[in-house]
Write a protein that binds this ligand. Sequence first.
Ligand code: KIV
Ligand code: NA
Length: 270
Amino acid sequence: MTSVRDLQAKAGTEPITMLTAYDAPTAAIVDDAGVDVILVGDSVANAALGYETTVPVDVDVMAHHVGAVTRATEEAMVVADMPFLSYGADEATGIENAGRMLQQEDADAVKLECGPHTVDLTRRLVELGIPVMAHLGLTPQHVNQYGGYPRQGTDQESAERILELAREHEDAGAFSLVLEHVPSNVAAEVTDAIDIPTIGIGAGPDCDGQVLVFHDAVGMSEWSPSFAKQFGDVKGEMESAVSDYVEAVESESFPAEEHSHEQADLDELY
Ligand code: KIV
Ligand code: NA
């Protein structure tokens, strides 16, 4: 089991690896590959549930996927992403929803898209024993404010803002920080300025670790951001397996003798 302390010990010596997973078979593959952290991201909305944004996903949907992942994971740390409006509106609800991920679904930590409104909540969650991974830069739950997914921290003021919030969440007790879609020099400076590990996505090479959406990494997405790298062609493999199946049934080459159960010893049915 990878703990918060294992992760912090690894940072600065070796890069931390993180990938998303949303279901049991995928989690088992990611875990067996030795990935340090499995994020059950609200990106499940886009990657697996057919939504355009992460906004429609609620805490029941996330809990369903977090449970599937934790049941199949032995070594990796499992981080439950807290969905839109499940935290930040009032403290008690945020605590209850985050607590549910650990207590009912066996997650090891939660991740919050952060702003000034999550500093006190982070402190409370950590006091209560719920490890918090912070997330700054592009926070996709704000898509309706951004009108898309623009890079963040591209001017002096917004870069300073990211650094200030990074420090505040570190002080509040967050154990690590995801930096999404920010210039690599901003990510490098934030990584230098704080002691907790930074994990980047579209944030250049100088973070303490990297994260990608599973479907983007293995080549299973319809669309993926320019900062993602495709390490396989799983979609191509699936397409070819499915068309081979259709072809085999239609041509009556499947099922063959070896796929058929022995016949029952019966008299003729009438
Ligand atoms: O939901 C998600 O997959 C994320 C990562 C991209 C960091 O938040
Ligand atoms: Na997310």
